[in-house]
Design a protein around this ligand. Structure first.
Ligand SMILES: [Zn+2]
Ligand SMILES: [Zn+2]
Length: 342
């Protein structure tokens, strides 16, 4: 089989033997795999989570055909499936309470386990969802850009809103899209960097351009917010976000960052207004199943963010271009060369 292997500063396409399936696992022929910011961070040499080591075989946004299964599953061979990003123990308190994103034994596809930038991938059958006849390019965006957005929206629970999304990229724009379906009454506002992004969101949300000073702008445009969700990756987002909230409001932080959390607000500001500040990490199988059925029903279109389709051989150059900041914006999706597939 062919796969992409990444060490800090080095990415290459390699060949190796097909791994044996363990009990409970399935083999998936990869039809599409998203290339996301995390993959670029891996190439740049980010600090890996516990129990992971370089080199890694990236690719955690995978859609493909289930071609072999060892163990029982309700999914028929030949079905299009997407893979949940986490493999989990299924027996700790977090797993048993359907909060498996908090499982301490979790393994991440494309970091701990060989990922989907390959012609095939093996993964627990219990962490796959069949998705009918969705376009595989769109399906590949469901496990991360959509399921994570659903998790964040569930935590934000904005009711009638207003809901503010800071950073309307892959995940953030899906928070807005899902909100129009699940919270149709909620007034939406998004903080974006560039006027082009504001234009792209024209039919979805009101927009404010530029993060600095955005809390004041948001209050002018929609009033105080019931919830704010941040996927901007900016250290300033928490300080602006917390100032947008009404009493009892929730700030959901979804960007992974090494920066200190600095809300630049006296403790009394949080206490007297009973503000709720919480983290949002990945998603659960429930989140993935929900976005899959919304996509299958046609009410949720995740595919509009795909900007380019590349083959496996191009991945090293594309990673390098992203790391150097010379890549085009939007989301690249990898379609492995089917001739070399299993
Ligand atoms: Zn991703
Ligand atoms: Zn667990």
């Amino acid at each position: 089989m062919k796969f992409v292997e990444v060490s800090p500063g080095v990415a290459q396409v390699r060949s190796g033997p097909l791994p044996e399936l363990r009990e409970g696992e399935g083999r998936v022929r990869v039809l599409a795999c998203g290339l996301c910011g995390t993959d670029v961070h891996l190439f740049k040499g980010m600090q890996l989570p516990p129990n992971a080591t370089y080199p890694v075989r990236p690719g955690h946004e995978v859609a493909g055909i289930l071609i072999e299964a060892r163990g029982t599953t309700s999914i028929e061979l030949g079905s299009l499936v997407v893979l949940h990003i986490f493999e989990v123990c299924q027996e700790c308190d977090a797993c048993l309470s359907s909060n498996e994103q908090r499982c301490e034994s979790q393994r991440i596809l494309g970091i701990h386990a060989p990922g989907g930038m390959a012609d095939s991938v093996t993964w627990p059958l219990s962490r796959m969802v069949a998705v009918g006849d969705i376009d595989p390019l769109s399906a590949a965006l469901l496990p991360d850009a959509a399921a994570t957005a659903h998790h964040a929206l569930r935590l934000a629970d904005p009711g009638d809103g207003p809901l503010c999304v800071i950073g309307a990229g892959g995940v953030g724009s899906n928070v807005l899209r899902l909100s129009t379906i699940l919270y149709p009454e909620a007034v939406l506002v998004a903080i974006v960097r560039r006027p082009e992004s504001a234009l792209a969101l024209e039919n979805l949300a009101k927009t404010v351009i530029g993060l600095e000073g955005s809390a004041k702008q948001v209050k002018k445009v929609v009033g105080e917010c019931a919830a704010v969700v941040d996927f901007s990756g900016s250290a300033l987002a928490a300080a602006e976000g917390v100032r947008m909230l009404k009493r009892g409001g929730r700030l959901i932080l979804g960007s992974v960052s090494e920066e200190p959390l600095d809300i630049r607000m006296p403790v009394v500001g949080v206490v007297s207004r009973e503000l709720d500040i919480m983290g949002c990490y990945g998603s659960t199988m429930k989140d993935l199943r929900t976005v899959c059925s919304l996509a299958e029903s046609g009410s949720f279109d995740v595919g509009s963010s795909v900007s380019s389709v590349i083959d496996l051989a191009s991945v090293p150059n594309v990673l390098r271009a992203h790391a150097e900041g010379s890549a085009a914006g939007g989301r690249a999706v990898i379609v492995p060369d089917q001739v070399s597939s299993v």
